[in-house]
Design a protein around this ligand. Sequence first.
Ligand code: ZN
Length: 201
Amino acid sequence: MFMEGPLVEYHPVSLPVDWNGGIAYLDRDGVLNLGSANYVKNVDEVLILKGVSEAIMSLRNAGYRIVIVTNQSPLSRGLLDQKALESIHSHIQDLVGEFDVIMTCPHRTFDGCRCRKPHPGMLNSASELLRGVSHKKLDWWGEKPIPVHPLDLMVGDRKSDMGAGWAVGARLFKVDERVGIPQIIDRIIAGDAGDLFDPGD
Ligand SMILES: [Zn+2]
């Protein structure tokens, strides 16, 4: 069965009407919480990495919108349902702070959807929701696109995260899955250009 997707949890925090900041696109497992080979299937399996709530607060203070983009194929495999997913997400937010949008791709690789990373579908949908614009064109063989906002960034522990971020022109930050976003938060706040990435490699 092909599930509709991505699943969208949209609850933007209120910002000044003239907000013109960047979007921080963050992967979930290995960036905010410890991932698991057996997947995170309930709130008891959520283990937040050290320093994540401080990092989320730093992003917020620096004026970023915060968007979580996560591939969760266990939804399609019947190992996880939407209710459990949403409980996990409220639990994470209770522990580290609020997110503006959470996008979840429920599909498997062979479903050929437009949301599973490295496809940038979830990032583009969130950008549309928050600021009405996104990247329309996808060209893995062309130049890295110009981002909607120069500070847009993607943090992830996998090559598929870097691919999705690259496709929207974001600054790219690859982290160790056991450390997560605290590893590179200072670089983000300092305006670092991010890691080099070639989607053809
Ligand atoms: Zn998908």
